[in-house]
Write a new protein. Structure first.
Ligand code: PBG
Length: 346
């Protein structure tokens, strides 16, 4: 590179850096930027998590997740209609469980008329063409807030898996399309696959929360489902250590071997390296969960005027696409889908 002396200030440059490559050429105009754009975000990339609550015509704000509410079954059906209009392909359901219905073994998970099963039936009846994903884990139902059965301070693995199979079957019978085990017990994907197949549910998909880390970013979610006050201790004996990467690849490998159709990484933005490595290594459908704490951080900063919330939302979602994600579970789903309907985002 040849550098010529600078021109006197104010006069246009007649000569300059003798550059062959000027990457800025492709960024000079909006049309040129659009022409060379490498990734896109569409409504097809979105899975919308909904929090359910018992009642009628009810919407209860979740304080730590501004803009998110717990909603009753009838409202969930309305939201499913809205999601279908917005071309969002899939909803994910999470129940808030009254403390009175919680117990040591999470037995409400096995009630065929629990809130989740009733909501699946209602949505499938009114909006049959939208996908419904059900989380499989016991934490919305246990008095101790853990995802599995607790005995003498230990989370039992194999005994928990037995219950998770039964929980999955009830959700499948209710009409859900995707079973998404989020409990991180060993061997649950294979066991649930067998259980579903034996019951004639061969076509129900499994999205494994394969690389789910023990994360502080789930805090607001635990408020939303009512397990933050009940949770005793932490989940580090089953959720992954956030110091690790190779372990995530191993978890994904096992879940795929056991029959997972899709895998998921969770949380999202702080774990883009994991998303990228998993997609590069396995080339399977790979999803990512932009979790409650990530949502809350963006909303809080926006509410304070510290950053532009709309722009932060769009940029964060594009980051997942760039990392290689095939889809994103995000509380921003309806908002970003509305924007996509109105026009271009970038
Ligand atoms: C339950 C579950 C959790 C989330 C999804 N499923 C919480 C946890 O593991 O404690 C978190 C989602 C979020 O934070 O948005 N097994």
């Amino acid at each position: 590179v040849r550098v010529v002396p600078a021109e006197p200030a104010g006069s246009p440059r007649t000569d300059g850096l003798d550059l062959v490559h000027r990457p800025r050429r492709n960024r000079r105009t909006d049309w040129a930027r659009r022409m060379v754009r490498e990734n896109v975000l569409t409504a097809n990339d979105l899975i919308w998590p909904l929090f359910l609550v018992d009642g009628d015509n009810l919407r209860v704000p979740v304080p730590s997740m501004p803009g998110v509410e717990r909603i009753s079954v009838d409202q969930a059906v309305r939201e499913a209609e809205r999601a279908a209009r917005l071309d969002i392909p899939c909803l994910a359901l999470f129940p808030y469980t009254d403390p009175k219905l919680r117990d040591e073994t999470g037995s409400e998970a096995l009630n065929p008329d629990n809130l989740v099963c009733r909501t699946v039936r209602a949505i499938k009846k009114e909006v049959p063409d939208i996908g419904v994903l059900c989380d499989v884990a016991l934490d919305p139902y246990t008095s101790h807030g853990h995802d599995g059965l607790l005995q003498d301070g230990q989370i039992l693995n194999d005994e928990t898996v037995d219950v998770l199979i039964r929980q999955s079957l009830l959700q499948a019978d209710a009409g859900c399309d995707i079973i998404a085990p989020s409990d991180m017990m060993d061997g649950r994907i294979g066991a649930i696959r067998d259980g579903l197949d034996e019951a004639g549910h061969q076509s129900i998909q499994i999205m494994a929360y394969a690389a789910k880390y023990a994360s502080v970013f789930y805090g607001p979610f635990r408020d939303a489902v009512g397990s933050s006050t009940t949770l005793t201790g932490d989940k580090r004996t089953y959720q992954m250590d956030y110091c690790n990467t190779n372990e995530a690849l191993r978890e994904v490998e096992l879940d795929l071997e056991e029959g997972a159709d899709m895998v998921m990484v969770k949380p999202g933005l702080p774990y883009l390296d994991i998303v990228h490595r998993i997609k590069e290594t396995f080339s399977h459908p790979t999803f990512v969960y932009q979790v409650s704490g990530e949502y809350a951080m963006i909303q809080a900063a926006a509410a304070n005027g510290w950053l532009d919330g709309e722009k932060a939302m769009v940029e964060s979602l594009m980051a997942f696409k760039r990392a290689g994600a095939d889809g994103i579970l995000t509380y921003f789903a309806p908002r970003v889908a509305e924007k996509l309907k109105q026009g271009r985002l970038f």
